[in-house]
Design a binder for this molecule. Structure first.
Ligand code: BGC
Length: 257
């Protein structure tokens, strides 16, 4: 009997990641062996209204800012539910994103094939592969606190996409409206007052999912000493490591798989 051994083609070393945020659209090439940016990122203000066409134009500008080989994998992290190439929700972008075929629109505009993922899923994948949850067994829940709340559930390195735990209804409210870091700013809450809301929020999430570890990302995680020590939760809760590059790095890594 003869056996044929097939060798998996080696993964690309460089991939490109783009992160669509409420205030900026950022992109950079990523070194997949380290999870670091291979070049400084480009950031362009998110157009308003943030319609699919306006955002696609900016994605084109970000890609054109680098001299990418035609076969460089490109990932785009989107702040909402994604099904294949289609954006299905738009909590903090223009409503016309609901049902938009972003993969097709970017292909039409740039000739490039992108891989689309939810932004928190991308950030969570980056934390597990390169960051705070590297080597952790079991269920890791990465939560991003920003304009909204994003969630990524990763079990033994496998991502369960589109968990959307930021939109749990808690005490009659969409949770992210009260507990995202944008709520802290909007309502001018003290760290203590905001931590009380996070305590309620994370307790509910823990009761539902029972993760082995919480990782907290988003811009505010830079100031984690001001609020994480105030939380009393069953599983450990630790700050993200990649901070504001997590979306770019994670979606580039997902695109290269
Ligand atoms: C969206 C999520 C996203 C999160 C962070 C939420 O409003 O529904 O899909 O991950 O914001 O951007």
């Amino acid at each position: 009997m003869t056996t044929t051994s097939t060798q998996a083609s080696p993964e690309a070393k460089i991939a490109f990641g783009i992160d669509i945020g409420g205030s900026g659209i950022k992109g950079a090439p990523v070194d997949l062996s380290t999870g670091e940016l291979a070049r400084p990122r480009i950031k362009i203000k998110t157009p308003r209204p943030a319609t699919p066409q306006a955002v696609v134009d900016v994605i084109g500008q970000v890609i054109a800012g680098f001299d990418l080989a035609p076969d460089t994998p490109i990932g785009v992290a989107y702040p909402g539910v994604v099904f294949g190439g289609v954006t299905a929700t738009a909590a903090n972008l223009d409503e016309s994103f609901v049902g938009a075929d972003l993969v097709k629109l970017v292909h039409r505009a740039t000739g490039r094939r992108i891989h689309l993922a939810n932004d928190a899923d991308a950030a969570g994948y980056a934390e597990v592969r390169y960051g705070a949850a590297k080597g952790v067994d079991g269920a890791v829940l990465v939560m991003t606190l920003g304009t909204g709340i994003g969630s990524a559930l990763i079990f033994a390195g496998n991502l369960v996409p589109n968990t959307e735990l930021g939109h749990l209804e808690i005490d009659g409210h969409d949770a992210e409206k009260r507990a995202a870091s944008s709520a802290k700013e909007r309502e001018d809450l003290s760290w203590r007052a905001w931590a009380a809301r996070l305590q309620r929020y994370f307790s509910v999430v823990d009761d539902l999912v029972h993760p082995d570890l919480f990782v907290v990302g988003g811009g505010v995680s830079r100031e984690h000493e001001k609020f994480l020590p105030l939380l009393k939760l069953r599983p450990p809760i630790i700050p993200a490591k990649l901070r504001n590059t997590a979306g770019i790095v994670g979606v580039a890594a997902l695109a290269a798989r």
